[in-house]
Design a protein around this ligand. Structure first.
Ligand SMILES: [Zn+2]
Length: 471
């Protein structure tokens, strides 16, 4: 019986596009956005995300710095339906998985919550949504629990403050905000966290945890109609921001400044002398399919640069807090340092080389044959990714989370592939040169992370060659 049914459904899948999962997407009257996506894998699993476009950047008073991180902790610790640490035992009893599968994260611009459910019957879906709803609307900052959680967060910060890599990461985030008037922000210190007042954190929570700043994402091998129905019913009660009259909140976009922005971080590590450089790509307008296509073309550009500008130990996307896309390269220089017996012949040679290689790519566009080869390889890598990762609850939830933050188009798995192909077909070598020269004219964000004792030979940034860009 079941084999026969399987045969029929396969046949339908092959002959009709309409059985592809259709996203159920919308905005509630209170301004909360949601999306529910069916995935075929893993069988029976569901992923939940609550994305709140509020983070430490939104805390204006210096004495409350770090409050958003504290709110994130309290959302797991004490809510109306799950008071005083009862959430974790409840989730365990429901088969929610831990470690990687239950988490919260606070960034300067956004706070995200993640739950992963290993079986998605309708009651479990409703339970998962109720957990997120309590985080969104019903966190309780009652004194005893709050005092205990402040100690937990203060301890986390104390551990981090001893870790120079964490400071370097934070400084990198701050560097990208240079000249944006985005204000001062911080994750706070152990002392400042302990001093945060219960009433003030409550009013910050109520001011910033508004429906208009939120997106709820549910993906998985689920009944999407039932999930959407339950979601609409539950989240209609989240408080709106009346000033926004039901419209979703959007951060930025902030203008892109020009110039070179520079930060230096000492690291107690002789084997990690790193120079990181970020270059800006123009934003894509994801409200149009031309914007979606542009983002796939950037993805091809990244692929080509990865092949052509090798030598960086890492290269990847990076995003400013308002979603401004950038490409980031990290170069390792400690071998050079050792080869030159602790004397830099030219401290920024690595940057100069990088700039020169980029300039050459612009001056001498790729020939057709090479470009075609890159395009083929790139499309092959996308297909491979489809075969291994797409249609999995977790991958789709992550993509949708990026889309909710404005970093990626809202696109259905089934609809994407033809669009990717069309976007790549439009790229000629002139287009690659244009994208590159646009990027080369933009600002540079440079961060030097270096063993402290090597720093004394760091020349002042005024004399570094990179201050005379080759473009
Ligand atoms: Zn934490």
């Amino acid at each position: 019986m079941s084999a026969r049914l399987l045969g029929i459904s396969l046949l339908i899948a092959l002959t009709s596009g309409s059985v592809y999962a259709e996203d159920r997407q919308g905005t509630l009257e209170n301004g909360l956005s949601y999306i529910v996506r069916q995935t075929s894998r893993p069988l029976g699993e569901a992923e939940f995300r609550l994305v709140v476009q509020a983070g430490e950047l939104d805390v204006s008073s210096e004495k409350n710095q770090g409050a958003m991180h504290l709110i994130e902790h309290m959302a797991f610790r004490n809510t109306k339906d799950f008071p005083n640490g009862s959430l974790v035992p409840f989730l365990r009893s429901k088969g929610f998985r831990f470690g990687l599968h239950l988490n919260g994260a606070t960034r300067p611009e956004v706070t995200t919550y993640q739950l992963s459910l290993s079986h998605a019957k309708s009651q479990d879906l409703e339970d998962g949504m109720n957990v997120l709803f309590n985080m969104a609307q019903n966190v309780n900052f009652e004194s005893d629990t709050f005092a205990r959680e402040k100690n937990v967060v203060a301890e986390e910060i104390r551990l981090h403050s001893d870790n120079p890599w964490v400071s370097a990461w934070e400084n990198g985030l701050k560097l990208l905000l240079s000249n944006t008037n985005s204000g001062r922000w911080s994750f706070g210190t152990a002392d400042s966290i302990k001093a945060i007042d219960e009433k003030e954190v409550t009013s910050l929570y109520q001011a910033l945890y508004r429906a208009n700043r939120m997106t709820v994402i549910v993906t998985g091998n689920i009944d999407t109609a039932a999930a959407e129905k339950a979601l609409k019913k539950k989240f209609a009660a989240v408080r709106p921001d009346d000033k926004l009259a039901g419209a979703p909140y959007q951060r930025g976009p902030w203008p892109v400044p020009s110039g070179i922005f520079y930060a230096v971080n000492p690291l107690p590590d002789k084997f990690n002398n790193l120079i990181s450089v970020s270059l800006v790509l123009p934003r894509s307008d994801f409200k149009t399919s031309a914007g979606d296509m542009q983002s796939y073309q950037y993805s091809l550009l990244r692929y080509i640069l990865k092949q052509r500008l090798g030598g960086g130990i890492a290269m990847d996307w990076q995003f400013r807090a308002d979603g401004q896309p950038m490409l980031n390269w990290v170069f390792e220089t400690s071998l050079d340092w050792q080869k030159n017996k602790g004397k830099w012949p030219d401290h920024f040679k690595v940057l100069e080389n990088f700039e020169n290689r980029l300039a050459m790519l612009i001056a001498k566009p790729l020939d057709q044959e090479t470009l075609d080869l890159f395009k083929q390889e790139y499309l092959g890598s996308v297909q491979q990714w489809y075969a291994t990762s797409r249609n999995q609850a977790k991958t789709e939830a992550e993509l949708l989370q990026n889309a909710a933050q404005g970093l990626h188009p809202w696109i259905d798995t089934a609809a994407e592939w033809p669009l990717v192909q069309a976007a790549i077909a439009q790229v000629d070598s002139q287009k690659i040169s244009d994208m590159l020269s646009g990027m080369a004219k933009g600002p540079r964000y440079i961060q030097v992370m270096q063993e402290s004792s090597h720093l004394k030979t760091l020349p002042s940034c005024q004399v570094s060659p990179v201050h005379k860009p080759v473009f």
